[in-house]
Design a protein around this ligand. Sequence first.
Ligand SMILES: C[S@@+](CC[C@H](N)C(=O)[O-])C[C@H]1O[C@@H](n2cnc3c(N)ncnc32)[C@H](O)[C@@H]1O
Length: 262
Amino acid sequence: MQEMDYGLFRRRVMQAAGIDLGCYKENQMKRRLTAALTRSGHASLFDYWQAMEAEPALLRDFVDFVTINVSSFFRNREKYDELAGSVLPGLLKARRSLKIWSAGCSTGQEPYSIAIILSEHTPGVRHRIIGTDINASALRLAREAVYTRDDVKEVKPELVQKYFTVDGDKLRLKDPVRQMVEFRPHNLLADSYEQDCDLILCRNVMIYFTDEAKARVFRGFHASLRPGGVLFIGGTETIMAAPELGFELISPFFYRKRDPAA
Ligand SMILES: C[S@@+](CC[C@H](N)C(=O)[O-])C[C@H]1O[C@@H](n2cnc3c(N)ncnc32)[C@H](O)[C@@H]1O
């Protein structure tokens, strides 16, 4: 059996799929890789790689597996309450129509949660909501917008009734809200970033990144935001050295880009 080391595997994945596994925490990625290898039934990393080279669908499966896609609507409800109750009204004071980017949006629950909030708060106003992810399969499901009861467990029952159609044991997001979000593939570690954003959500994505990769992404988000724009991060995350990067903490998980004119 031929051996293949992790470094070589990483380089091959980078060449074939454009994903730099070196930007993800090594121990976590190796655990995930071992699980993927066991699941695939191949005896060694070398065999697994050869199978992926012969069958591109296997490489896509691997990427799907290592980029964990768990999500739900209004994940950490109290944070969305704060977003709806104070952060968004503050942004809407400055601009009537907002540009919002959900980076690492997985299967769409996060940008659609924002679309629901904005439909409630600013009916009839057109906003731009963009959902991006590295994982093409997740984006396909995001565009379909069909969910389970579990996905909507944190959504108020009256909102479930208003914005979803029940279809057997599935819930289909109604078209007016579905059409508020545009989805596109994007690799946070390689592609150029959206510009002039009022709000960026990047939650439970960077927990897998190395500190160096995180710092790079935070600098990118800072450049993407308008002065006074807000970055909303996940419940277990913090921005290291936020003031040096030009962010001020509004409250845990919400950071504002400093506005020199304010
Ligand atoms: C756990 S999900 C988070 C989904 C959503 N933000 C939430 O909090 O519910 C993490 C997502 O990050 C995406 N991701 C991982 N690496 C990425 C990268 N380099 N660029 C863009 N998205 C990435 C994964 O594909 C996955 O969909």
